[in-house]
Design a protein around this ligand. Structure first.
Ligand code: CA
Length: 238
């Protein structure tokens, strides 16, 4: 299916140029020349990407981006800005946009950024979390490590899902008890450690590299395997 793109840009020449270019790439493009109409068009959520100019009559781009996000529209937004200032880029991204392009831009760069956004959405969209050789299917609740199916209990699954949604972050026992168990344990109980142990036995013990790491005195970290650690694991395995 063709990718549907909404272009919100008040300079008609620019908007039409983008439209023609993207249509040549096989995309379906809708152009809108003012902020208010752009916001309405974006809200119906039928597009796969929104290309959004910042300086617009009616509503400006930052406003549109914020409002779309606050109403739950998750369509990726690529901001176009003439202002090559770090501040504007930061404000654009903070408003909920996913990427930005400074005018004037090379069309090839726009296409590359669109492809990158598309890849990101596809992987986020899926019903599967995948880190290294570990995958967790959120629909059928199957977990595989290195193509070996692993059986987890409900709590272990919830714990692993939370880890995989927060890779490379230090997670304290307090955070885990709040987010996974939705209650706060007495600091003397070792429920978390016990469950981490169960999980390690199932997803880490007979595999390399190890994914769950203890951060002494703080908590745990689920580490994304680096190229180095994968290489090390291959060396050990051979
Ligand atoms: Ca403009």
């Amino acid at each position: 299916m063709a990718m549907r793109v909404l272009v919100i840009e008040d300079e008609q020449k620019m908007a039409d140029l983008i439209k023609r270019g993207l249509e040549e790439e096989g995309m379906e493009v809708e152009t809108v020349y003012d902020g208010e109409t752009g916001l309405e068009a974006g809200k119906d959520g039928k597009h796969d990407l929104i290309i959004l100019d910042l300086g617009l009559p009616g509503r400006d781009g930052l406003d549109i981006s914020r409002e779309l996000r606050s109403t739950g529209v998750k369509t990726p937004i690529l901001i176009l800005t003439a202002q090559d200032s770090t501040e504007m880029k930061v404000r654009g991204l903070d408003s909920g946009a996913d990427d930005y392009l400074t005018k004037p831009f090379a069309f090839a760069e726009m296409l590359a950024r669109i492809r990158a956004l598309q890849r990101r959405t596809l992987s986020e969209d899926s019903t599967k979390l995948q880190i290294g050789d570990l995958s967790l299917n959120l629909i059928n609740r199957r977990v595989n490590r290195a193509n070996v199916e692993v059986q987890l209990t409900g709590k272990e699954f919830a714990l692993l899902e939370f880890f995989m949604r927060h890779p490379d972050e230090i997670l304290s026992r307090e955070t885990l008890s709040e987010k996974v168990w939705e209650e706060t344990f007495d600091t003397l109980t070792n429920v978390i450690d016990v469950y981490i142990n169960y999980l390690r036995n199932k997803i880490d013990r007979q595999f390399e590299p190890k994914l769950i790491h203890t951060v002494r005195g703080v908590g745990y970290m689920f580490k994304t395997p680096t190229a180095d650690s994968r290489l090390l694991a291959e060396t050990k395995a051979s």
